[in-house]
Design a protein around this ligand. Structure first.
Ligand SMILES: CC(C)(COP(=O)(O)OP(=O)(O)OC[C@H]1O[C@@H](n2cnc3c(N)ncnc32)[C@H](O)[C@@H]1OP(=O)(O)O)[C@@H](O)C(=O)NCCC(=O)NCCS
Length: 238
């Protein structure tokens, strides 16, 4: 009896949390009952159940639940994916979350998002999304790399590389256009070679490194010259 009560409480808590998440993130919701009409609600509930079976190695049952949910909601979440709390998929249709995807807390996806592999990797093939990441409508994040906390991926972007925390990424391939809510300077920007602050940092470090190396070489030359001068002076004294 207490097990049933525990399960009922768990489901009640789950539904309450889902209502809170959906009300927080979708301004279009008017009453808490509408939550039951959301694809995200059913897809995530099915995923949580399927994941339990996946963890217990009941792979067929896990995939069966996931495929039924996919056919009903248009959202395909592989039961092997690891997803944190507060996960919300707005509108839903056409969303794919791959088997080795890892999603932190409070992540939001919109319709048409793929968190997939490139087909070239084995083992961990899908991305890791840290807390509070938002992936906008139609964006594709492909490969085994990490998207840092609070980063926003713009609509229609295709992200193929690691992105640090607190960035806005747009375009194909995805490039960082904002970092810590600060716009990346545009004066020198052309539409082909979009700004890349990480590459800029690397280039600055390379430049600083070559300057230090040159100064070191000059110092070595000076020391060599001083030593030879000193030897000459000592020779003259003898
Ligand atoms: C990326 C996004 C979240 C905006 O983030 P932000 O940090 O506020 O960034 P900004 O709006 O200041 O845009 C920064 C730059 O990127 C550009 N940009 C924004 N989104 C873009 C996109 N999807 N593709 C290409 N460029 C984009 C902006 O034009 C701006 O360029 P500018 O500085 O030359 O004017 C937003 O543009 C977006 O894509 N939202 C979609 C949300 C969604 O999926 N809604 C579906 C509801 S059904």
């Amino acid at each position: 009896m207490s097990v049933v009560k525990k399960d009922v409480n768990f489901i009640k808590k789950y539904i309450e949390d889902e209502i809170k998440v959906i009300r927080e993130r979708d301004p279009a919701i008017h009453s808490k009952w509408e939550v039951f009409l959301y694809s995200s609600f059913w897809a995530v509930l099915s995923y949580r159940l399927a994941h339990v079976f996946y963890e217990k190695k009941h792979f067929f049952l896990a995939r069966l639940i996931s495929q039924i949910a996919r056919n009903r909601t248009g959202i395909e979440i592989h039961p092997g994916a690891k997803i944190g709390k507060g996960f919300f998929i707005d509108h839903g249709s056409g969303v794919v979350v791959g088997e080795t995807t890892i999603i932190g807390n409070n992540v939001t996806l919109y319709q048409g998002v793929t968190l997939g592999g490139t087909g070239k990797e084995k083992g961990k093939r899908h991305p890791t999304l840290k807390d509070n990441v938002m992936v906008s409508v139609g964006a594709k994040v492909l490969g085994s790399f990490t998207i840092g906390e609070n980063t926003k991926i713009g609509a229609g972007s295709v992200v193929l590389n690691e992105i640090p925390a607190n960035c806005t990424v747009v375009g194909v391939p995805g490039k960082i256009v904002k970092y810590h809510n600060r716009e990346i300077p545009r004066e020198t920007m052309d539409q082909v070679h979009l700004p890349d602050p990480i590459q800029d940092d690397i280039n600055n470090l390379k430049h600083a490194d070559s300057e230090i190396t040159n100064e070191l070489l000059t110092l070595k030359d000076n020391i060599r010259e001083l030593k030879s001068e000193l030897r000459k002076i000592k020779g003259e004294e003898k």
